[in-house]
Design a protein around this ligand. Sequence first.
Ligand SMILES: Nc1ncnc2c1ncn2[C@@H]1O[C@H](COP(=O)(O)OP(=O)(O)O)[C@@H](O)[C@H]1O
Ligand SMILES: Nc1ncnc2c1ncn2[C@@H]1O[C@H](COP(=O)(O)OP(=O)(O)O)[C@@H](O)[C@H]1O
Ligand code: SF4
Ligand SMILES: [Mg+2]
Ligand SMILES: [Mg+2]
Lengths: 251, 251
Amino acid sequence: MKKIAIYGKGGIGKSTTTSNLSAALAARGLRVMQIGCDPKADSTKNLMQGRVIPTVLDQIRQRDNQVELDHIAFEGFGGVVCVEAGGPTPGIGCAGRGIITAFQKLEELEAYERYQPDIVFYDVLGDVVCGGFAMPIRGGYADNVFIVTSGEMMALYAATNIAHAIENFGKRGYAKYSGLIQNSRNVENEDALVQQVARESGTEVVKIIPRHKLVQQAENQGMTVVEAFPDSEMAREYNSLADKVLEVVGL
Amino acid sequence: MKKIAIYGKGGIGKSTTTSNLSAALAARGLRVMQIGCDPKADSTKNLMQGRVIPTVLDQIRQRDNQVELDHIAFEGFGGVVCVEAGGPTPGIGCAGRGIITAFQKLEELEAYERYQPDIVFYDVLGDVVCGGFAMPIRGGYADNVFIVTSGEMMALYAATNIAHAIENFGKRGYAKYSGLIQNSRNVENEDALVQQVARESGTEVVKIIPRHKLVQQAENQGMTVVEAFPDSEMAREYNSLADKVLEVVGL
Ligand SMILES: Nc1ncnc2c1ncn2[C@@H]1O[C@H](COP(=O)(O)OP(=O)(O)O)[C@@H](O)[C@H]1O
Ligand SMILES: Nc1ncnc2c1ncn2[C@@H]1O[C@H](COP(=O)(O)OP(=O)(O)O)[C@@H](O)[C@H]1O
Ligand code: SF4
Ligand SMILES: [Mg+2]
Ligand SMILES: [Mg+2]
C-alpha cells in the first residue's frame, strides 16, 4: 500500500489533480482511496457525481461518536474509496484538527484492512504546514509527497514552504519529497519559474499539466475529466501523470 | 486609537492594500502603525524601501529574549511604525504562533504608549482562521475587520470563512465586521460576485480597487503607489479607500 500526499496552496488544483489521478488509476484496476484533508471538504466531489460527502468531523459530532465506516467512506467512480476529514467551525480550534481526528477514526475502524487500497492519496491544504496539516508529513503517514504549483508567486512561495517542512520534519525514512506537479496558470515564464523552484528544492518537475476548460466542463457535470472525457487530450495528460507517479513511487 | 484588522486569502493583496492605506493616512498627518501578521513577513516591505525588517520571532530567538522596541519597530515612509510578527520554521508548531508572541512582546514593551498611534493595522493571513491568526478577532485586538477579496472562487471562499469566524467568535463588542475591499483580478462578473458575498455575509463592498501595473512598478522600487506615484489615478483610489475606512471606523 503506497501512501501519497498531495500538497499545495489553496485553489492551486490539488483536488482536481488528485481526483483525476485517482480516476485514472482506478480505471486501470488499481484499488484507490482518496482522503480529503482540506477543511473545504470537496476533494472527492467529482468522484461522487458532484455530491459533497459527509465529513468525518461532522459525523462524529452528529452521531455522538457512534460512527461506522459506512458513515465516512464512500465508493465513487471506478470504486475509488472517498473520505473527507472536514474542519472545525471557522475561528475555533485548530483548522487541521479534522485531519488528526479522521486519521484516528480510520485506524480505529480498520479502514485500510477493509478496503485494502493499493494507493492512498491524501489531498492536503498547504497554505500553512502545521497542526493537522503537517500530519501526513510528520506522522509518517505518507511515503511520498508531491506538491502542486503554478508559476504564480504565491503558489511557488507555498511550495517552497512545504518543501522546507518536509525537509525539517519528515520522520526519518518517511515522507520523501518526490517532486512538483505544475498545474499551469499560463503566467509569463511559467515553466522556467517552476523549474527553478524544483532545482532549488532539490527535486524535479514530475509533469506539466496544461490549463484546459474541459476541467470546468467536467466539473459542471460533477465529474473528473477522466470520467467525462476519457478519450480527450486532457485525459491523456492525467494518465501520463498517473504513469509518472507510479514510476516515481515504485509501483 | 483605532485597531483595524485586514484579512484575506494569501496573495489576494492584503499587504499591498494595507501599506498603501497606511501611506495615504500617514501623508495626511495621522500616526499609523502597521503590524504584519503573516509568516511571509513582508507586509511592510514597501514602506521600508523594499527592506524586509527583522521579525519579532526572529529577534526573540537571536537575542535570547533580550529584545527592545527598536529591534522590532521601525519607522518607514511617512513615519508609519512597521512591525513584522514572523512565523516559526515551516512544519513545526503553530504557524500563527508569531502573532501571539508579537502581541505579547509589543504590550510588554509598551509599544502603543510610546508611539501613540491614531490607527493600528493588523495585516493577517486568512487562509485558516485559527491559532494566532484568529487572535485579532478573538482576542479583542481589533475594533474593525475588513476582508480583501477578488471575484475568484478561492478568495470568496476564504472571505466567507473569515466572516463566519468573526460572527462566531468575535468577543462581544469587539471585532465588528466592517466590509469587503474588492482588489480586482478582472475575472468574469467580478463586481456582482463580490457584491453577492457582501450581501450574504450581511455587509457591503467598501471599495473596488482596480488592478493596475503601477503597483508592480512601485514595488520594483520598493515603494507603495502612494509614495512612488502620488499624483496617479491609482494613488487616488487608495486615498479614496482611506476616506472610506476613516468614515466606516468613525475617525
Ligand atoms: N488544469 C486545469 N485547467 C483548468 N482549470 C483547472 C485546472 N486545475 C484546476 N482548475 C480549476 O481550479 C479550481 C480550483 O481547483 P481545486 O482542485 O479545487 O484546488 P485546490 O484543491 O488546490 O484548492 C477548480 O475549480 C478547477 O475548475
Ligand atoms: N490592485 C493591484 N493591482 C495590481 N497588482 C496587485 C494589486 N494588488 C496586489 N497586487 C499584486 O499582487 C501580489 C500579492 O499581493 P500581496 O499584497 O503581497 O498579497 P497578500 O499580502 O494578500 O499575500 C503583489 O505582489 C502585487 O504585485
Ligand atoms: S497549528 Fe496551524 S492549523 Fe492549527 S491552530 Fe495553529 S495555525 Fe491553525
Ligand atoms: Mg481542494
Ligand atoms: Mg502579505
